[in-house]
Write a protein that binds this ligand. Structure first.
Ligand code: DON
Length: 304
């Protein structure tokens, strides 16, 4: 299938309509991005690449990185992981505090902020040098040694991270955070600060299309059962209180970030990364979601 042709056709369709939404501004450093950037990259399991627009420009992947932290924590903890975090869609915003009190400090799922903070706490407990060992894992999965945190973005988020601090404090009071609160927040802000291009993002997540195996290195990152479950969590929780909408319109497991990126997986076929920084009120990329909706419609291929 000539995906390049489809990409430019869909982009032309999008250009005929207005480009609404705002870039994330609650993290000061994210305000500096050109809101009209647009990139897409698709990598197939059999090694073909298709791209369009600003696909080689790095951006802050933000919450998309939560999936990689989850993969590593699941690998280390196995099914014990689910004693500390659930697998249910939250139906609430990504940084919501409300359910956490009812649920006695157990986050509904690992992709909302509360869940990713618990995952951060778990990784800190396993490692001597958590940030280094985590980024080494991301480099291994992506096969790209240059992938890194952005100190500038992590520091910028730390300077305003009051809600995340509230989440971690509340969970600590329920006994679901074992390490020092500042260490957990520092790890979490760095996790969210990782920068990738669409091409790098699509390559990094290809193992989730390949039942846990990186096709370019043949390395098994996680087994097929765990890969299935990570995809299931993305399908149900990857877009917070818009997860149903994404599933309904796109029909693929995916994950968004407030940097404007989205990764989506077609198991057994490909991973696709889209980047468009203008967000809706729920913190998801408007054009990114629309692009993927038109893409799965035009190609008549989704998991359903
Ligand atoms: O904690 C935060 O608010 C950000 N570091 C991540 C939020 C995010 O990407 C939500 N996704 N759409």
């Amino acid at each position: 299938m000539n995906y390049n042709h489809i990409f430019s056709k869909i982009y032309d369709t999008l250009e005929e309509t207005e480009n609404p939404g705002e870039v994330a501004s609650y993290i000061p450093e994210l305000k500096n991005i050109n809101p009209n950037k647009f990139g897409v990259h698709l990598t197939t399991l059999d090694g073909h690449h298709y791209s369009f627009g600003d696909s080689d420009e790095k951006f802050s992947i933000q919450s998309i990185a939560k999936v990689l932290a989850l993969v590593l924590a699941y690998q280390l903890e196995n099914e014990k992981l689910w004693e500390r975090v659930g697998v249910e869609p939250s139906g609430t915003p990504f940084n919501s505090l409300v359910q956490l009190e009812y649920d006695k400090g157990i986050p509904r799922n690992p992709l909302i902020n509360a869940g990713a903070l618990v995952i951060s706490d778990i990784l800190i407990s396993h490692f001597n040098e958590p940030k280094k060992q985590f980024i080494d894992f991301v480099r291994k999965v992506s096969g790209i040694p240059g992938i890194d945190f952005s100190v500038k973005i992590a520091d910028s988020e730390k300077s305003v991270g009051y809600t995340n601090a509230a989440l971690v404090n509340l969970m600590k009071s329920f006994g679901n955070i074992r390490n020092d609160i500042d260490d957990v927040l520092d790890f979490y802000f760095n996790l969210c600060s990782i920068e990738m291009t669409c091409k790098e993002l699509s390559r990094t997540f290809l193992f989730l299309a390949g039942y846990g195996v990186c096709p370019y290195s043949n390395e098994q990152i996680i087994n097929a059962s765990k890969s299935k479950r990570i995809n299931a969590i993305m399908q149900l929780c990857g877009f917070y209180d818009e997860a149903g909408e994404f599933s309904f319109k796109v029909g693929l497991p995916g994950k968004s970030g407030v940097g404007g990126g989205i990764i989506a997986i077609h198991p057994d076929k490909y991973s696709i990364a889209v980047w468009s920084p203008r967000l809706n009120k729920k913190g998801n990329s408007i054009r990114g979601m629309k692009f993927l909706e038109l893409f799965t419609t035009e190609t008549q291929a989704s998991i359903f």
